[in-house]
Write a protein that binds this ligand. Structure first.
Ligand code: COA
Length: 255
């Protein structure tokens, strides 16, 4: 449960709405856990046919809460965080996942889309994966999935330079099914969700399983997670988080 994550099950569609608009829907541990609960419920509850992600306000999500990252960078805690629980659940998901994305989709906001089966972007959507700017490494198997989808050099520019990708480019690259006006993005995603609820559930599950290399995804997540936790504890990462909090550019030159 999280006050910033609304969960609603109607006619087989479990809608998870990220709702912390004043912080651009940045994700706290409680929000990750609530999303995990949704995904875990989808696996065990036959009433859930489809999971639909969306975000309130002008951003899909600004990704992990950077104040939480900052706290983790000094906590010396190497245990599994709610973020990694959520990423693990994404990697294991067997039912259809759909996303409706407007505005910024930062970090996991973009990498989670690589685990969604249908993605609808508003025309103002921007996909941003600034892992290197934060002195981190890509997560959610994106270090494998993103270059596999869009090619090495485009993926590298997104990871290493933090170059945003606009909606039209994302569509052309095969990262989305359609780009629609902001006002229509939720209804378009919902219409697709409704259509999936009318398809045979068993066939959907097998089809998704055939299309994804679950073992490879799990192995990549494990490898990334261990590097990610290591990177979180570095002086470079602490500098990046301090710079965001102080609204200044980071200076990695003396580290
Ligand atoms: N964690 C915590 N707070 C965040 C946040 C994040 N990831 N992203 C935005 N916020 C907060 C800001 O601190 C600000 O809070 P304040 O009003 O209390 O000062 C508020 O949300 C609005 O953000 P702001 O930066 O003013 O909005 P913007 O429209 O100018 O920019 C973003 C939006 C998403 C481009 C920008 O906020 C950003 O780059 N955020 C960091 C994204 C990031 O690096 N995420 C981690 C990925 S691994």
């Amino acid at each position: 449960m999280s006050e910033h994550l609304k969960t609603e099950l109607i006619d087989g569609i479990l809608t998870l709405t990220i709702s912390r608009p004043e912080k651009k829907n940045a994700l706290t541990g409680a929000m990750y856990n609530a999303m995990s609960e949704g995904l875990e419920r989808a696996e065990t509850d036959s009433a859930v046919k489809v999971v639909l992600f969306q975000g309130d306000g002008d951003s899909f999500t600004a990704g992990n809460d950077l104040a939480d990252f900052s706290a983790q960078s000094v906590a010396n805690d190497t245990g599994d965080s709610p973020a990694f629980r959520f990423i693990g659940n994404l990697g294991r998901a067997t039912k259809p996942l759909i996303a409706a994305v407007q505005g910024n989709a930062v970090g996991v906001g973009t990498t989670m889309l690589l685990h969604c089966d249908l993605v609808y972007l508003a025309d103002n959507a921007r996909l941003i994966t600034p892992f290197v700017n934060l002195a981190l490494v890509p997560e959610a198997a994106s270090s494998w999935l993103l270059p596999a989808r869009i090619g090495h050099v485009r993926a590298y520019a997104m990871f290493a330079l933090g170059e945003p990708m606009d909606a039209a480019t994302a569509l052309a690259c095969g990262l989305a099914n359609a780009v629609v006006p902001v006002a229509d993005v939720r209804s378009r995603a919902m219409a697709a969700a409704v259509a999936l609820t009318k398809r045979p559930a068993g066939s959907l599950i097998h089809t998704k399983a055939l299309m994804r290399d679950h073992q490879k995804i799990a192995a990549q997540i494990t490898q990334e997670s261990s590097l990610f936790k290591e990177r979180l504890q570095t002086g470079e990462a602490r500098e990046a988080f301090a710079a965001f909090a102080e609204r200044r550019a980071p200076d990695f030159s003396k580290i």
